[in-house]
Design a binder for this molecule. Structure first.
Ligand SMILES: [Zn+2]
Length: 117
């Protein structure tokens, strides 16, 4: 059974604030075995900030795993902390979720760390 209370979408965590765009599963698109909110980080950034390039900032995306009927929080390593994950879970109404890393969701600092910057 799907949990229609859960919301999914992209987020940033900047200056100790969670900035996000959340849609119910029923309004999201299917991508293979996942449901995804197509709202882009570029748009979300422009909605809330002036200037700067969103790719520099810690971010992630909540998607819905249809196979396991739970959310996946793709999250930047630097913000993968219990207090921040709890904020994300609360904002999106998530009760059952896992966290995961993905190359798409790495801020400038995390990308730099990877290459020994
Ligand atoms: Zn990072």
């Amino acid at each position: 059974m799907m949990n229609y209370i859960s919301l999914i979408g992209p987020f940033f965590y900047v200056r100790r604030k969670l900035i996000y765009h959340a849609l119910p599963l029923s309004e999201c698109r299917e991508q293979a075995d996942k449901l995804d909110n197509p709202y882009g980080h570029d748009r979300l950034w422009e909605d809330h900030f002036r200037g700067g390039d969103y790719i520099n900032y810690p971010r992630g995306r909540v998607v819905w795993d249809r196979t396991n009927c739970r959310a996946i929080i793709y999250i930047d390593r630097c913000i993968d902390k219990p207090a921040i994950v709890a904020k994300i879970a609360e904002a999106f109404g998530l009760t059952d979720f896992v966290t995961a890393y993905d190359d798409h969701y790495r801020c400038r600092r995390c990308v730099g760390d990877l290459f020994g910057d």
